[in-house]
Ligand binder design. Structure first.
Ligand SMILES: [Zn+2]
Length: 274
């Protein structure tokens, strides 16, 4: 899995700045034969777009993050018990161009082998992303209502009446019950994210004596390929996130810390030891 930040800075879900306390994760499937996440970025990075999800993921392991994880997105509408938009992060899986929709959630599969392979790969990307987010927000993936599909959200009365993700998963043998188990399993292994989020006791123990934890104090902090501002930026980290530092290097009067994830170095001036 490779999270690429591509924030929709023109979308009202971003510009209005409203945030949520993340209590769960909702999985969607785009409902059209479109394998590319960038198409959704283009659709939603507009001032007049009235919906947006937090991320769209691809079969190749790419996760295009469109909104900060705690922004209030508009991904599931609402139901008789309110709206999952106020509690759940919304993630869309792309779909292969080997299917053709025939109205509603039914479709014709033009190449069953390729379709199944694609669905299997987006499933895997989703498992890795949800494991990463469960760790980040201390969520238990098997607790009732924490990880749900859009259609399960509808049954619980917190989402509009859509059939995803089961409309496509059912045909290829994937289920939400198994998905939740796989997320749990992935949480105990090491996830291959671009940035490593370390929160909670469990992770702390696995860092051993070779590293220490710091909390980011700057709103946004660049992660650089080397210990200095002359090195290219590889990704960014954000206020409140906690990372493991496994090495230190001085550059002038600034001390730089090497991230355990391998993403690069951050200036320790904008961190606090925890
Ligand atoms: Zn949906």
């Amino acid at each position: 899995m490779n999270i690429k930040e591509s924030i929709v800075t023109k979308n009202p879900c971003y510009t209005c700045g409203r945030t949520i306390t993340v209590q769960g994760l909702m999985l969607h499937s785009v409902g059209c034969p479109q394998p590319k996440a960038s198409v959704f970025f283009n659709n939603w990075n507009k001032g007049n777009a009235n919906v947006c999800v937090h991320a769209v993921l691809q079969a190749d392991g790419t996760v295009l993050q469109l909104l900060p994880w705690n922004r209030r997105a508009w991904h599931c509408g609402s139901g008789k018990n309110g709206s999952g938009n106020n509690t759940h992060i919304g993630v869309e899986m792309t779909e292969p161009d080997t299917i053709k929709y025939a109205g509603g959630g039914s479709f014709k599969d033009l190449n069953p082998t390729a379709t199944k392979d694609f669905v299997k790969k987006t499933y895997k990307t989703a498992v890795e992303l949800f494991a990463y987010l469960c760790k980040k927000y201390n969520l238990n993936p098997e607790k009732d209502g924490v990880i749900i599909s859009h259609s399960e959200g509808h049954k619980r009365g917190i989402a509009s009446n859509h059939g995803d993700v089961e409309h496509i998963w059912n045909k290829y043998g994937f289920t939400m019950a198994q998905f939740r188990k796989d997320v749990k399993k992935a949480m105990s292994g090491s996830t291959a994210g671009t940035t490593e989020q370390v929160g909670g006791k469990k992770q702390e123990e696995t860092t051993g004596t070779s590293g220490y934890l710091v909390k980011i104090t700057a709103d946004v902090l660049n992660v650089r390929k080397g210990p200095g501002t002359n090195y290219p930026v590889s990704t960014q980290v954000h206020a409140g996130e906690v990372y493991t530092i496994v090495g230190e290097k001085m550059n002038g009067s600034t001390k730089w810390g090497k991230l355990k994830s391998g993403a690069g170095y951050i200036s320790l001036s904008y961190t606090k030891k925890v």
